[in-house]
Design a protein. Sequence first.
Length: 179
Amino acid sequence: MFRNKMGITGFVRATVFGPDGKVKRHPRTWLDKLLKREGRLMISKNHNIVTDEGDALVADLLQETPERTKVDTANGVIGVGTGFSAETKGTDALVTQTGSDEGLETGYPVTEGDWAAADDNVVQYRAIFEAGDLNDTGIDEALLGNGTDTLAYAEITPTVDVSTSDTLQVDWELTFLGS
């Protein structure tokens, strides 16, 4: 019997850079203080949920005449917020918005590998919230979308704190799996 399992997996990495351009650190815990070490780097990695709406966006792109807006350099956005709640695949996961959505960096999305090479099925997205774009503590969620529809949603854990002098870079990867 022939079986085919297809799916989309992915992960999100959120990195906070201080005004000096270096990766910011979380405050030291009591154990860090005891061991005389610095706090952990403010880099959070987690898996994402491709929403039902995201599945529909991908299916739409495979049509001869797509009807929905692509998640591309011109229209793609990443938003962040402080109200993580989506544990399962939902129709449309929206963040409890912090600041405004940030457009994708020029040249994104890109595939990680060249055609017919390793990782040619991995699509990468990046948005950078420049200093002054955000000022919030406990940022714990992100969405990837086109400004109207949500392709994917993720928890940012551990949470990150971004002041007006910090920069937040969000990197997102989606891997399209065959059988």
